[in-house]
Design a binder for this molecule. Structure first.
Ligand SMILES: Nc1ncnc2c1ncn2[C@@H]1O[C@H](COP(=O)(O)OP(=O)(O)OP(=O)(O)O)[C@@H](O)[C@H]1O
Length: 560
């Protein structure tokens, strides 16, 4: 990723370094020039011009350095955000589930912000570092004996800093870890706000035990890091005064020096105080950025590793849909409360174009898990999915997923119609809005829904419109009708689903509406993760698992 940042902005980064170095060195040259002027050693006719020239160089190079760095840091933040977003989009869904939404969000917000923060300090750092180096060079030129005293103190400072730099870093790392816990708390707060508002004791306990706990821990680690850096700062200041003390009072005892050199030394040294303080004050921001960058690199590795094969995939599966087969698919979840696994499968099924299939069964029987496997969002632990006879694996899973349009029970509705040619579909959209009784509620203006302030049922109807426009060969609906009033429920089963079927689309609908089971071509019943029955209501016939040749061994045909 660092390579990626360097590749995209190497010209700006080089410009920042160069202008920062020029600014710092000209600054140091200016102070040296002022010092020499004070000693009265200069030609006073040419001196003002030299002084003005140096001052202009300082100002111009400082402006260029800041300007370039602001361009770099804003571009870097934008690139980082898009880079992480693309990583998230390309990663397998189970990995994202494992990481969790709050943690992903804290990468996009906290980590990127910490890096941006540090990058904004970068021109200051370059300039002040160059000033310090320039001043040191000048001091060495003034007196090599004093320069060796200075070098000794600097070496001592660096050694002591290296010995204890892990102490504040540990606190910065702990604070960042705790921020993930805090983010989970924030997610619970915003998503569970209704439940919290209805229950005073629950919300009090949530704040005092959960949120306050992690807020305190975060504060504690951050405070410890700040205090540790305060000590580092104080130590550096101490060394600074120690050096001045050595030069003024100890060194003359050992060796007599020209008073002019000593006063020049002290003036330049006092001038260096401000750049040194800036350098030491920016240490906490750089440590935070280092920790955040490591976190992003870890995420990069975690996500890049698992989707590298997917990225190579072709985008679409060109041929027309003939058959989708699931053979021996299994998936399992650990049920923590019961301390046992939920096992789905082995599942054997086949779907053909234009089929209307209902997936039914009790709560927790595995319907959604089966739909997620079929969609390619979950990966089977055993068994294989074949699309038109071609086995689906890492290399073509992304292409395979482009054949589906799905409305999940906890669906998300984007306020904009992404990936849809609005002008070509304008009349179709108006027609759907009317059929879904949404034409008085919502308009599509500039590719955007005019409002999403709708009931859950209306939002689901809008999601259906989006699914229609996607025009995919295979549709999956997870309890779509659950939030609809009886009129729309009826419309969905008797009109909308048959219309999709008539267009040759295959539909898998998860449903509990037994009143409409007779409208399906096939009803598949799941119980405890296994297919226990298959019914063909439209054909008015019952086929045994053996006839079908695809049902799992213990599946039996039975009326619902
Ligand atoms: N992400 C998950 N992590 C752990 N267990 C899970 C997860 N998703 C589902 N399960 C478990 O798998 C089992 C099947 O869940 P699934 O959601 O597939 O059932 P379902 O038939 O769709 O139920 P419902 O009708 O209530 O939506 C349940 O025991 C559930 O607790």
């Amino acid at each position: 990723m660092l390579f990626f940042l360097w590749r995209s902005s190497w010209i700006i980064i080089t410009g920042v370094f160069l202008s920062g170095a020029v600014s710092g060195l000209s600054n140091a040259a200016l102070i040296a020039y002022i010092n020499t002027s004070l000693a009265g050693k200069l030609d006073m006719v040419a001196a003002p011009w030299w002084f003005a020239g140096l001052a202009v160089i300082v100002l111009v190079s400082r402006f260029i350095s800041h300007y370039l760095l602001n361009r770099f840091s804003t571009k870097m933040v934008r690139d980082l955000r898009l880079h992480i977003s693309r990583l998230i989009l390309n990663a397998p869904y189970p990995n994202l589930q494992k990481i969790g939404k709050p943690v992903l969000l804290s990468h996009l917000t906290e980590d990127v912000a910490a890096i941006a923060n540090a990058s904004e300090l970068f021109p200051l750092l370059c300039i002040n570092f160059a000033i310090v180096i320039g001043c040191m060079t000048y001091l060495s030129w003034l007196s090599w004996q004093l320069a060796s005293v200075l070098a000794g103190v600097i070496l001592f400072g660096i050694t002591t800093f290296n010995l204890c730099k892990d102490i504040p870093m540990r606190s910065v790392r702990n604070a960042r870890d705790e921020y993930d816990v805090l983010s989970r708390g924030f997610a619970a707060l915003t998503e569970g706000v209704r439940e919290l508002k209805l229950h005073r004791r629950r919300s009090d306990q949530f704040i005092s035990e959960s949120l306050a706990g992690s807020a305190d821990a975060y504060r504690g680690h951050s405070f410890r890091a700040t205090v540790a850096y305060l000590w580092v700062n104080q130590w550096i200041q101490f060394l600074y005064y120690l050096t001045i003390g050595l030069i003024l009072y100890v060194f003359p005892v050992w060796q007599t020096l020209n008073q002019e050199i000593v006063s020049g030394y002290v003036i330049v040294f006092l001038f260096m105080m401000s750049p040194l303080t800036i350098l030491t004050n920016s240490l906490p921001a750089f440590s935070k950025a280092k920790v955040s960058l490591n976190r992003i690199l870890q995420l990069d590795d975690r996500l890049a590793e698992c989707h590298s094969a997917d990225r190579l995939a072709e985008l679409t599966m060109p041929e027309k849909f003939n058959a989708l087969t699931l053979s021996g698919l299994t998936h399992n979840f650990h049920r923590e409360k019961e301390n046992r696994n939920f096992i789905l499968g082995p599942i054997d099924l086949e779907f053909r174009p234009g089929e209307l299939v209902f997936l039914i069964g009790g709560n927790g029987s595995g319907k959604t898990t089966l739909a997620m496997l079929l969609l390619g969002l979950y990966h089977p632990e055993q068994g294989v999915i074949r699309w038109n006879g071609r086995a689906i694996e890492a290399g073509n899973r992304d292409a395979y997923m482009q054949n589906f349009s799905a409305i999940f029970s906890d669906f998300y509705l984007f306020d904009q119609l992404y990936g849809v040619d609005i002008e070509r579909n304008r009349s179709l959209m108006d027609d759907y809005l009317q059929r879904l009784h949404l034409n008085h509620k919502v308009e599509i203006v500039n590719n955007r829904f005019s409002s999403l302030n709708l009931s859950q049922g209306q939002r689901k109807r809008l999601a259906l419109l989006v699914a229609y426009l996607e025009d995919r060969p295979f549709y999956v609906f997870d309890e779509w009708a659950a939030d609809q009033d009886p009129e729309f429920k009826h419309l969905f089963y008797t009109d909308l689903l048959p219309a999709l079927k008539a267009q040759g689309k295959t539909v898998l609908a998860i449903t509990h509406d037994d009143k409409y089971f007779n409208l399906a071509d096939r009803c598949i019943k799941l119980d405890e993760g296994r297919i226990t029955a298959v019914e063909y209501p439209q054909a008015h016939r019952q086929r045994s698992p053996d006839q079908d040749g695809l049902q799992s061994a213990d599946a039996e045909t039975m009326p619902f």
